[in-house]
Write a protein that binds this ligand. Structure first.
Ligand code: BTN
Length: 319
């Protein structure tokens, strides 16, 4: 009822008590009680005689009932396990996945005290300012294709940030999301597999939302940024979480139906690490060369100084 009521108010226009009660099929008294409860939770709702109610501001929380009114998905984000503070959402998501949770289950946290980054690094996720979430996927794809899901996540998050906050971000292969060269989002994809079969994939996404520049630790201040630091406006984290789910679900479905090829152009449209010289630090060597693009499988193609072409599966990229 609360989510439906919020959905009605989300239009940004006045909605009369009569209209609410008819649309939701409940009494005017029930509507009035819900509006009172919403106000107590920090929603600013104006009431004007003969016009009705208008939502002026939502509290900056991203509890499941804050996210749901913005969700337009079948499964992604329909089940949210929300935590105020956790060490990391990744192991929790592994736990739910191992217990056969539904695909699309989301573990969402307001703060992480021990966030995990790629290559054993740490990820700073401040309380109330960031989004930390891990999504459970169960694709029936060969194990070696699992890294492609990282590229899908990058496209989904980039599109969501643009639609919610109006920022056009860039993707650095495979999955760093940058704005003017500074990191806005990190993505960490982990999987569980039997020798010959993928069991599940956890896509961890960390979004810097409402940090001021001074909120980043000294070592990050020159390399990281947030949506608020760039736009000057607070972003509604609940709406952003929902929009990532909305984008991710259709992109994932298109990928399952038609393969990575169908997503490649969406990824390339945002990529800054193609058609340029770069260093690729792979686990075995550092390759310097010209990035020709990505393959239909999502591997990075780099031509080195000697004209030899390398297909890169995993690397840290320096432009
Ligand atoms: C990177 O190194 O760029 C990846 C960072 C990934 C951070 C996210 S936040 C949600 C999930 N939980 C974690 O501990 N890490 C990922």
């Amino acid at each position: 009822m609360k989510a439906k009521l919020l959905h009605l108010l989300e239009s940004g226009k006045y909605v009369s008590g009569e209209e609410m009660s008819q649309t939701l099929g409940v009494s005017r008294t029930a509507i009035w009680k819900q509006l009172k409860a919403l106000r107590e939770q920090g929603y600013e709702i104006e009431s004007a005689p003969r016009r009705g109610y208008k939502l002026l501001a939502t509290p900056d929380t991203m509890l499941p009932h804050d996210v749901k009114p913005f969700l337009r998905t079948e499964s992604f984000g329909q089940m949210i396990h929300y935590f105020d503070t956790v060490p990391s959402t990744q192991p929790l998501a592994h736990g739910y996945a191992a217990k056969e949770c539904e695909e699309g289950t989301l573990v969402l946290a307001n703060e992480q005290s021990d966030g995990k980054g790629r290559l054993g690094r740490r990820w700073q996720a401040n309380k109330g300012q960031s989004v930390s979430m891990s999504l459970v996927l169960r694709p029936t794809i060969p194990i070696q294709q699992a890294p492609q899901l990282t590229l899908l996540a990058a496209v989904a998050v980039t599109r969501a940030i643009e639609s919610v906050a109006g920022l056009e971000c860039e993707i650095k292969w495979p999955n760093d999301i940058l704005y003017k060269g500074k990191k806005l989002v990190g993505i960490l994809t982990e999987m569980a597999a039997d020798p010959d079969q993928l069991k599940y994939v956890i896509v961890g996404m960390g979004l810097n939302c409402n940090q001021a520049a001074a909120d980043f630790k000294a070592e990050l201040s020159t390399i990281a940024t947030s949506i608020q630091a760039e736009t000057g406006e607070t972003v509604n984290r609940a709406k952003l979480v929902a929009q990532v789910m909305n984008e991710f679900e259709w992109i994932y479905q298109a990928y399952l139906d038609n393969g990575f090829k169908s997503i490649k152009s969406l990824w390339e449209a945002r990529a800054i690490s193609v058609h340029t010289n770069l260093y690729a630090r792979t686990p075995n060597e550092v390759i310097y060369g010209y990035a020709l693009g990505i393959t239909d499988e999502g591997l990075l193609r780099v031509r080195d100084e000697h004209g030899k072409e390398h297909l890169i599966y995993s690397a840290d990229i320096e432009l």
